[in-house]
Ligand binder design. Structure first.
Ligand SMILES: Cc1cc2nc3c(=O)[nH]c(=O)nc-3n(C[C@H](O)[C@H](O)[C@H](O)COP(=O)(O)OP(=O)(O)OC[C@H]3O[C@@H](n4cnc5c(N)ncnc54)[C@H](O)[C@@H]3O)c2cc1C
Length: 431
């Protein structure tokens, strides 16, 4: 505040006389600086300030009050913003007010949650008589001077806030690893992991702008109560954009500019046509990890064909192997194509790419297809087949209901029990 934020106002706007008069004391620490802009009715809207400075002969008269002023109690020289042109919204001037000037008073030292070493206080000016040599810069251009210096202040604040948040996160990670409860570290509890994941990554989901008749469709727009029960959208913010409009695509690209990673699941070519293909995005944000998931792949004979999990896993050979001998294959819900083979394959690729981007600063495209993913999770069975241990028909393998020790059995109460006694010693125990 003192040296990085307020000092430069005098250094850059001050006259030689002002610099000679004030800066040596500021540098030695004998004089502490503050800046007073905010008023109870003028915070973000600085141009709405009421504190006034009126020129009377060879001096100015300052009247009004300020609040939330850092160093308000400890400071002895303040850059004070005040209205100098009554009927002009941006007609403000900056003035150097010294702590011992007649009519200048300090109010309460305000309570706050942090930054205890730096007080935050109210200031009052009751017809404070300021010599003309205490006017800082052009007395009608104060607003524009503030705009210039506030840019740097905001940037410093933003960087500081991110660093504080990162340190808090890192300290919490250490703490949850060390702290034990119920016999294990609290990092092992799911709730702790959810909380850390929420803080570690911000996920924004881009939804379609729903038509009224569509609002009940799952995935289009979900009511608050439904959302709360849906783990797939937990902790994510959502933004509804019409990607066919210029404004919608513009908003998406602005989000992409700031993102570490983007995931899209359109059919091949759609993202490019809409204007956010990998080339466009990586040109704007070279560190971006651009993840894309399709059913059949970006290229190939089926690339443009519609499909669902059941179709992808059928072609991979996985579906054919699931079911009872002599009966038709059974779809294992959509666990194999959408999630296990597709989603997790892509997620792994994207995490690797994020790791790379963190080291080299280079983003990349991670392209996963559910057909490939489902095929790759079948690797073990393809190996079995090559060795002659698996004939790929439903129910032909011990892991696919061909063995009594790895199957489900109906229980007396009409439910089912799973038995997975693969190891002979457990199977003998069971029998
Ligand atoms: C610890 C601390 C130290 C400070 N030190 C100083 C200091 O040294 N000197 C000084 O002059 N001031 C200081 N301030 C004041 C600070 O600059 C103001 O708090 C800030 O400008 C916001 O003003 P406000 O608090 O009146 O909030 P308001 O302007 O009332 O805003 C309240 C909320 O409304 C939102 N809002 C306002 N306008 C819009 C809009 N147009 N669109 C959308 N949302 C909007 C804001 O984002 C905010 O969330 C300090 C504040 C704090 C907390």
């Amino acid at each position: 505040m003192h040296s990085r934020l307020v000092g430069p106002y005098i250094g850059k706007l001050g006259t030689e006389e002002q610099k000679q008069r004030f800066l040596p004391g500021c540098a030695s620490g004998e004089r502490i600086l503050g800046i007073a802009m905010t008023e109870s009715g003028a915070g973000s809207d600085l141009a709405g300030m009421k504190t006034q400075a009126r020129q009377e002969g060879d001096h100015w008269v300052l009247t009004g009050s300020k609040t939330f002023i850092s160093n308000g109690i400890n400071g002895d020289l303040f850059v004070v913003a005040a209205r100098t042109v009554p009927d002009k919204r941006h007609g403000l001037g900056l003035f150097l007010v010294e702590g011992d000037m007649v009519g200048f008073e300090r109010g309460r030292n305000l309570k706050k949650m942090g930054l205890k070493a730096q007080d935050t206080a109210e200031l009052f000016f009751d017809k404070v008589k300021l010599p003309a040599v205490n006017v800082l810069g052009d007395p009608e251009k104060g607003f524009y001077n503030l705009m210039h210096f506030l840019v740097e202040e905001r940037l410093i604040n933003a960087v500081g806030s991110i660093s504080h948040a990162q340190v808090a996160f890192d300290l919490t990670m250490d703490y949850i690893g060390e702290r034990k409860a119920f016999g294990q570290s609290i990092a092992a509890f799911q709730n702790t992991r959810f909380k850390m994941a929420d803080m570690g990554a911000e996920v924004i989901r881009v939804d379609r702008v729903a038509m009224p008749q569509e609002s009940a469709k799952p995935g289009v727009q979900r009511a608050g109560a439904q959302k709360a029960r849906d783990p797939l959208i937990r902790g994510r913010r959502s933004i509804a954009l019409n990607l066919k409009s210029k404004a919608g695509i513009g908003a998406l690209l602005r989000l992409i500019d700031q993102a570490d990673a983007l995931f899209e699941g359109f059919r091949p070519g759609v993202a490019e046509r809409l204007g956010f293909g990998p080339e466009q995005c990586l040109e704007r944000n070279p560190q971006l990890v651009f993840g894309r998931l399709t059913g059949w792949g970006q290229e190939g004979p089926l690339a443009q064909a519609a499909g669902h999990d059941i179709n992808y896993i059928a072609l991979s050979g996985a579906l054919h192997s699931i079911g009872r001998r002599g009966r038709k294959p059974v779809a294992p819900l959509n666990l194999l194509g959408d999630f296990g083979g597709g989603g997790l394959l892509l997620a792994f690729g994207m995490v690797c790419a994020l790791f790379e981007a963190g080291r080299s600063g280079k983003g990349q495209v991670v392209d996963a297809a559910m057909l490939d993913g489902a095929t790759s999770v079948m690797s073990m069975f393809f190996g079995f087949a090559a060795n002659g241990w698996f004939d790929d028909a439903p129910g032909s393998h011990m892991l696919g209901s061909a063995a009594p020790f790895y199957d489900t059995y109906e229980t007396a109460d009409g439910q089912y029990i799973s038995i997975g006694s693969l190891e002979p010693k457990f199977f003998f125990k069971l029998t």
